[in-house]
Design a protein around this ligand. Structure first.
Ligand code: PLP
Length: 357
């Protein structure tokens, strides 16, 4: 069986080595006589798997000791609510509006208190990353979306927010490059893009931001409960944590985040350089803010979209249809997308343009 190149925005491809290792260990993890899915989350085997996953994530991202790593559930979407619930504490919060995901985060936060939109890219249909942030010095926190998965806009720098804690939705570019975690108050990400299986959500939170919710959040929505219980207040998504751990090991074996960043630059440049060399395809995003993870593009005649999707599928490439809100195409090229997948896509695009130009 030949594996497809899957350009889905998520759930997305996982490294083949990781899937093979998970398959090998499916029935018997390290001679334990059972698979990881069947293990007690409080037994010593699973506890060692979770501890190693956390240690490897800490090493990869350089997470300082005064930050907790939480393995939660509910996706990034539940964090849209948990963040204001736990951090607002009667104050207003600042949000940066960069597109579809920021919009959802803002909508939920408004249910808990005052939200100030301190920067927005709406004036240019969310095709750039806004630089000029008017931060309120007494805001509870500033929230931004590091990579807009639908619009294909990415912040290639970490914003400076002074004493106001920086909160970041890193769902679609976490682990794609080195970052300085100490500049953030809280980082969160659903796993299904760059980490592992859907169902696991990772929250990295600075100690002093834990336990600030006023009124106290409901038990399962309280960071303090999860932090004190080391993410084992209830049954965590055990298999997701295990596969995420295998992905962290894969990243470490391959040179860590500096090496994957180099590869992500190379992969995304292959695609953008081609897009810029032809007028058959177009990408609307300001060059300096283009995402290395999600590359939206349109064909010069939308009537050709269906033929493009069909031809790509026949050539072994799936999930290239753009998000329903923007149309066109989108190639998501997360860490696990091999460079050969991107080369294959560019070759197909050239051929398609020649035949239909
Ligand atoms: C996918 C995505 C989400 C939503 O994630 P869920 O895990 O489905 O809740 C939120 N923000 C960004 C930037 C995303 O890419």
């Amino acid at each position: 069986m030949a594996r497809l190149f899957n350009f889905s925005a998520g759930p997305a491809m996982l490294p083949e080595e990781v899937l093979k290792q998970a398959a090998d260990e499916m029935l018997d993890w390290h001679g334990s006589g059972q698979g990881v899915m069947e293990m007690s989350h409080r037994g010593k085997d699973f506890m060692s798997i979770a501890a190693l996953a956390e240690a490897d994530l800490r090493e990869l991202m350089g997470i300082p000791a005064n930050y907790k790593v939480l393995f939660l559930q509910g996706g990034a979407t539940l964090q849209f609510e948990m963040i204001p619930m736990n951090l607002m504490a009667g104050k207003a919060a600042d949000y940066v509006h960069t597109g579809e995901w920021a919009k959802k985060a803002i909508k939920e936060a408004k249910r808990f208190g005052t939200v100030n939109t301190i920067a927005s890219a709406e004036d240019k249909k969310f095709t750039y990353a806004p630089r000029d942030w008017k931060i309120n010095p007494d805001a509870a926190y500033v929230h931004y979306t590091a990579n807009e998965t639908i619009g294909g806009v990415e912040f290639h720098w970490t914003p400076e927010t002074g004493n106001v804690p920086l909160v970041c939705d890193m769902s679609s570019n976490i682990l794609s490059k080195p970052i300085d975690v100490s500049k953030y108050g809280l980082i969160y990400a659903g796993a299904q893009k760059n980490i592992g299986p859907a169902g696991l959500t990772i929250v990295i939170i600075r100690d002093d931001l834990i336990g600030k919710g006023v009124p106290t959040p409901q038990t399962m929505l309280d960071y303090k409960i999860h932090a004190e219980a080391e993410s084992m207040y209830n049954t965590p998504p055990t298999y997701g944590i295990y596969v995420a751990g295998l992905v962290f090991q894969w990243l470490k074996r391959n040179g860590g985040l500096a090496a994957i960043e180099k590869l992500n630059i190379e992969k995304s440049n292959l695609l953008y350089d081609y897009l810029d060399s032809t007028d058959f395809y177009a990408n609307p995003v300001a060059k300096q803010d283009r995402s290395r993870m999600n590359v939206p593009f349109t064909l010069k005649d939308a009537a050709l979209d269906d033929a493009f999707i069909k031809g790509a599928k026949e050539a072994g490439m799936v999930q290239l249809k753009g998000h329903r809100s923007v149309g066109g195409m989108r190639a998501s090229i997360y860490n696990a997308m091999p460079i050969d997948g991107v080369k294959h896509l560019v070759a197909f695009m050239k051929d398609f343009a020649k035949k239909n130009g």
